[in-house]
Design a protein. Structure first.
Lengths: 224, 270
């Protein structure tokens, strides 16, 4: 078993039971982990767990998490619109890790690295300066424009449940807002009982929005 | 080529991905699933340029000390020579990064076994059609950013033309550089034309953009996975019969090509 899977298994055994919108249960009597949407009630003594679609193993995690219930593409998995109505049965911590890496890519590893003090955060300017092709223009966004975008694009009010760790650059923190304060744990769960979703670098959706805003800034300047 | 199991190594499959088209990354995950099922590596992961997990997040996915990196890209070019090495901090075929050893393999698209996959795909999409009356066009993106990006396609054209497959003509064509795929009918002298998109996925370019350039669609349609009915061949267009296949990367056997590139890396460098 990989070290990450072992650490993850130990976390769950210690009482951590939530990651994003997913509730994680240990089914000791069957020696397995059970995942389901935290808003779906789970009936353990029922073959369908109370009318849910049962998935054995982690293979369908990507399919479940690709589209929201209304058919829109979940371009970042931090979105709080994960489909409901399913339950996933996993036979080992390794399968649990595989499933969670599909639902929330790299987020288990990011959290463990943060706990171990080895997580490296990437500032927004570094991310924008590495963009290529048509996204190269995103780097010209102003600091004020980027701060505004964080409040318009990020945070649970805009469907993202990730805890933002990055700043604009090493000297420029994000302005205080609901988005910049969010702890990466949707639902009412104590921080000690959840693996938070960490945002170590701005996502590509945010980069695309920076490009649009930068173009609007450029055009506004040229009009004046 | 068979590959010896590597129970202490990780395989990292690198793709482009998309924030707009969910089908872009599907083949990469399918290739990873297929290789994972074979139990050859301690762990198999994917990472992307435009999708999660990012290349820079990949190091947080991996426990193993030795990592084989295979670009699931169709050509050697801007991404494989500039972007991926920069993002993963690779400086050569083998690089030590933060205590791990990364082996950087060649992209799948340049492997010699791709020739057979293209011919297989071309035959499947136009069953019973005589190659002697058919032009086979291999189409790709093309870009001014890196001259190597079309080399893999031009190489395949030469290999297939010399293979004795019997096509009246084998041609290359591109979205953004000459010869343009939009002029497929003008470059073809035969009544039948088979177009094989040399892309990894049925994503934005091969499923949505190129069909408009070919004239199959009048405007960019929805993603493949959001269509109820997959397109049906042949298309009677511009006084020819046009057969348009799925992207070459959606071929299940591409998982074998990923493993071939790992085996080739070991053969050349170790």
């Amino acid at each position: 078993m990989t070290a990450t899977a072992t650490q993850l298994g130990n976390l769950i055994k210690s009482g951590v039971h939530r990651m994003g919108e997913i509730e994680i249960k240990i089914d000791d009597s069957n020696n397995r982990f059970i995942l389901h949407h935290f808003e779906d009630p789970l009936i353990l003594n029922d073959p369908t767990f109370g009318g849910l679609v049962v998935h054995e193993g982690p293979e369908n995690a990507r399919d479940i998490s690709t589209y929201a219930e209304d058919g829109t593409y979940r371009f970042t998995k931090g979105q709080v619109n994960l489909k409901r109505g399913w339950v996933m049965l996993l036979r080992s911590a390794e399968e649990l890790r595989l499933a969670l890496d599909q639902f929330y890519p790299a987020c288990v590893g990011l959290f463990l690295a943060q706990q171990g003090g080895t997580l490296e955060v990437e500032m927004l300017r570094d991310k924008l300066n590495r963009q290529t092709g048509m996204y190269r223009f995103a780097r010209s966004i102003s600091d004020a424009g980027a701060q505004k975008l964080v409040q318009e694009v990020c945070g649970p009010a805009h469907q993202c449940a990730k805890k933002i760790l990055w700043k604009l650059d090493a000297q420029t923190p994000l302005e205080d807002s609901e988005a910049s304060r969010f702890n990466g744990i949707p639902g009412n769960v104590p921080e000690s009982k959840a693996i938070p979703l960490l945002c170590r670098e701005a996502c590509n959706h945010f980069v695309a929005e920076c490009r649009k805003a930068a173009k609007a800034e450029f055009e506004a300047k040229n009009v004046q | 080529m068979s590959i010896a199991p590597k129970p202490t190594s990780a395989l990292l499959i690198v793709g482009h991905g998309s924030t707009e088209n969910p089908d872009s990354s599907t083949p990469y995950f399918e290739h990873a699933d297929e290789i994972r099922r074979r139990g050859l590596f301690a762990e198999v992961h994917c990472c992307f340029w435009k999708e999660e997990p990012s290349m820079r997040e990949a190091m947080y996915l991996i426990d193993s000390d030795e990592v084989y990196v295979v670009p699931d890209f169709i050509s050697e070019g801007y991404f494989t020579q500039d972007v991926i090495p920069r993002e993963l901090q690779l400086t050569g075929p083998t690089t030590e990064v933060k205590g791990k050893t990364y082996h950087y393999c060649l992209p799948v698209g340049v492997h010699r076994s791709m020739t057979g996959l293209i011919l297989k795909r071309a035959k499947e999409v136009a069953p019973g059609v005589d190659p002697a009356d058919t032009t086979l066009i291999i189409t790709g993106h093309g870009t001014g950013l890196n001259q190597n990006s079309t080399k893999a396609i031009r190489d395949q054209v030469d290999l297939i033309a010399a293979s004795g497959a019997g096509y009246a003509a084998v041609l290359d064509a591109y979205m953004e550089e000459q010869p343009f795929i939009a002029e497929w009918d003008k470059m073809s002298q035969t009544p039948n034309v088979v177009v094989v998109p040399f892309f990894i996925s049925d994503g934005l370019h091969s499923y949505q953009d190129i069909p408009v350039m070919l004239g199959i669609e009048s405007e960019v349609g929805a993603a493949a996975s959001q269509r109820e009915i997959f397109r049906h061949n042949p298309h009677s267009l511009r006084e020819k019969m046009l057969y348009y296949s799925s992207a070459i990367g959606t071929e299940r056997l591409l998982a074998d090509v990923i493993l071939d590139q790992v085996a080739d890396f070991d053969k050349i460098h170790q």
